[in-house]
Design a protein around this ligand. Structure first.
Ligand SMILES: [Zn+2]
Length: 84
């Protein structure tokens, strides 16, 4: 399921119609020296392409907040003193 739709409570199937394509995308400007992989539906992937990463996150603040909390849990698990 699309991460933006699920965080905003949007009906994913209604928004996309019969096209059920999930596109894996990367956000490059969210974290310092790290890439944030996300899964988007067709509509949201087009929106990300059109308006760009910063404006996309500004439009979907609930999703941006959930991404920030997700990064905290991942950072504690993946933190290595050797930077590996
Ligand atoms: Zn979506």
């Amino acid at each position: 399921m699309c991460e933006v739709c699920s965080s905003e409570g949007v009906d994913y199937l209604f928004k996309n119609g019969p096209k059920k394509i999930l596109i894996s995308s990367n956000l490059y400007k969210v974290f310092k020296n790290a890439v944030a992989p996300i899964k988007l539906c067709h509509v949201h992937s087009i929106e990300l392409f059109h308006i760009g990463e910063r404006r996309f996150l500004r439009e979907h603040l609930v999703f941006a907040r959930s991404l920030a909390t997700r990064s905290k849990t991942q950072a504690t698990a993946e933190d290595s003193p050797f930077g590996i």
